[in-house]
Design a binder for this molecule. Structure first.
Ligand code: NAD
Length: 254
């Protein structure tokens, strides 16, 4: 694809799952890819496989190093690293803080470093791996749902603020994707996400279709558009239906 050939691309959390699929897809399209992951071994394995460069570490603080690796220029930044923090409002303060830091603030910090360059050049692409939970809210996962809504809002804000200045933003909002994260999501994931789970490669396909069509909202599960519309049209009805899922989960879990 012309839009990404030779582009300098960074993918965070790319040692496995969706991030690795994105990294492979960008590399196959001719991009130069920086593979970031907190787990250095996993980052190096994927980087070696795709002919990219591993930059291990916390996704919050890798833009400068990635830019150096890419000869001074990041064209595409995929803010993909994320944590599936389950729990209720009573979740530990540390759980809330970590979810906030990885799922939202890492995106804010990266954008803060990338945007000045992109505005000067009049181009740049920010890809946020959000989740359908950022549009719809996930049962049993308050910190995840709240921070993914935050990530979605931040992506929207970037797009509406800079779209006339050449910055393109995509928000990927899948439901279940067969990765380690989904495998560890427990009974709520089994009930809500597993039945319609897709492969990580399908998420990469959906992103590339969205890039081609210049679309902000990327829905690897197209049915999410209908759920999102139903939520906006009749919030109480939607909440009642979601509460039925909550009750089923509680009954199954007993
Ligand atoms: N799997 C799903 O069902 C699903 C659905 C919707 C959205 N998502 C989102 O997709 C993204 C990727 O998830 P996945 O399913 O591939 O998960 P995964 O757990 O398989 O992979 C995530 C990777 O991110 C790395 N990581 C975690 N914290 C990091 C940090 N601070 N800095 C750098 N790397 C870090 C992990 O080491 C891991 O390799 C996440 O943002 C997740 O919320 C996943």
């Amino acid at each position: 694809m012309e839009a990404v050939r030779d582009a300098g691309v960074v993918v965070t959390g790319a040692g496995g799952g969706i991030g690795a699929a994105l990294a492979r897809r960008f590399a196959a399209a001719g991009a130069r890819v920086v593979v970031n992951d907190l787990d250095g071994v996993k980052a190096r394995v994927v980087a070696e496989e795709i002919g990219g460069v591993a930059v291990p570490g916390d996704a919050s603080a890798i833009v400068a190093e990635a830019r150096d690796v890419l000869d001074g220029r990041v064209d595409v930044y995929c803010a993909n690293a994320g944590l599936a923090s389950g729990g209720t409002e009573a979740a530990d303060e540390k759980v809330w803080a970590l979810a906030w830091d990885v799922n939202v603030m890492a995106h804010v910090r990266a954008a803060h470093e990338l945007i000045p360059d992109w505005l000067e050049r009049g181009s740049g692409r920010f890809v946020s791996t959000v989740s359908a939970a950022g549009l719809l809210t996930m049962v049993g996962a308050a910190p995840y749902s709240v921070t993914k809504h935050g990530a979605y809002a931040f992506a929207e804000w970037l797009s509406l603020t800079y779209r006339h200045r050449g910055v393109k933003v995509h928000a990927i909002c899948p439901q279940g994707v067969r990765t380690d994260m989904l495998a560890n999501t427990g009974s709520a994931g089994d009930l809500v996400l597993q039945p319609t789970a897709i492969e990580p490669e399908a998420v990469a396909d959906a992103l590339f279709a969205g890039i081609e069509e210049d679309r902000f909202l990327i829905l690897p599960h197209p049915e999410v558009a209908g759920y999102y519309q139903a939520r906006a049209t009749d919030p109480d009805r939607w909440l009642t239906n979601m509460n039925h899922i909550q009750q089923k989960w509680e009954a199954d879990d007993r």
